[in-house]
Design a protein around this ligand. Structure first.
Ligand SMILES: Nc1ncnc2c1ncn2[C@@H]1O[C@H](COP(=O)(O)OP(=O)(O)OP(=O)(O)O)[C@@H](O)[C@H]1O
Ligand SMILES: [Mg+2]
Length: 237
């Protein structure tokens, strides 16, 4: 694994001096935050509610305009919305805090959606959708519409969709928040397998200590400022 700033590979994510101030906000959502993630690293972003974690993920995927700072992804620093769109289509997978599944499409069609811009034929797309659904323990969800799914089932479909384009980097906002321990473990194991097999870089916002401990390190965000955090394991030994 190559850590940020070492080895030959560029950092998967190199964010410097991020400032984001929403209108009418007393304190900025991101306040001169630096965040660097090496290629193939698995990092948990932790911190209190309202501290800026989701805003940071939006910044890393180019979905919000920043007041200051720069974001580089795989050594590229997109400077136009079109460049970010291309990166999101080809290199970044996203799992949002609210799952944003399209209600009129089945689970399978929702997962297929990010693949429509890529040169993959229909039968290969469907094979990949079925394989992704199996990976998240959701094979039986293929034909179901989001309104008929439980919160945890929707979350698993959203994770499968985030992985649909075989991204180099997965940005996931509380992807296990609605899941029981076994399904949460299954998602983490899947991400670890993808990291081992394909060098996937995983950045995961979580309030779940078990998920945070499964990552290589934790990055603590408080009041829009970030620090690397060492979590002391209660039952170490
Ligand atoms: N679109 C917006 N307009 C105004 N304020 C916003 C907007 N989005 C976020 N904020 C504010 O920015 C701060 C950071 O929000 P953010 O969603 O990043 O928090 P979070 O750490 O993800 O919290 P949670 O753990 O509850 O999801 C909060 O004070 C929030 O109210
Ligand atoms: Mg959030």
């Amino acid at each position: 694994m190559t850590r940020a700033g070492s080895g030959n590979l560029p950092a998967a994510v190199d964010a410097r001096g991020l400032v984001k101030r929403f209108p009418a906000q007393q304190t900025p959502a991101l306040d001169h935050l630096d965040f660097c993630v090496g290629s193939g690293e698995m990092v948990a972003i932790v911190g209190p509610s309202g501290s800026g974690k989701s805003t940071l993920l939006y910044a890393l995927s180019g979905l919000i305009a920043l007041d200051a700072g720069t974001v580089s992804v795989n050594g590229q620093t997109p400077d136009r919305p079109a460049a970010w769109t291309l990166l999101r289509r080809t290199a970044i997978g996203l799992v949002f805090q609210e799952d944003w599944l399209i209600p009129t499409l089945t689970a399978g069609q929702n997962i297929e959606l990010p693949m429509l811009g890529a040169a993959i034929d229909k039968s290969a797309r469907v094979r990949r959708v079925r394989s992704l659904l199996a990976d998240v323990n959701g094979s039986e969800l293929f034909d179901r519409r989001p309104a008929s799914l439980s919160g945890g089932e929707r979350q698993r479909v959203a994770v499968a969709r985030g992985l649909a384009n075989m991204p180099r980097i997965l940005l996931a906002d509380e992807p296990t928040g609605e899941l029981d321990t076994a399904n949460s473990r299954a998602i983490i194991d899947l991400l670890k397998r993808l990291r081992a097999k394909k060098g996937l870089t995983v950045i995961i916002v979580t309030h779940d200590l078990q998920v945070a401990e499964a990552c290589d390190r934790q990055f603590l965000v408080v009041d829009g400022r970030g620090t690397d955090q060492v979590i002391v394991k209660e039952h170490a030994g």
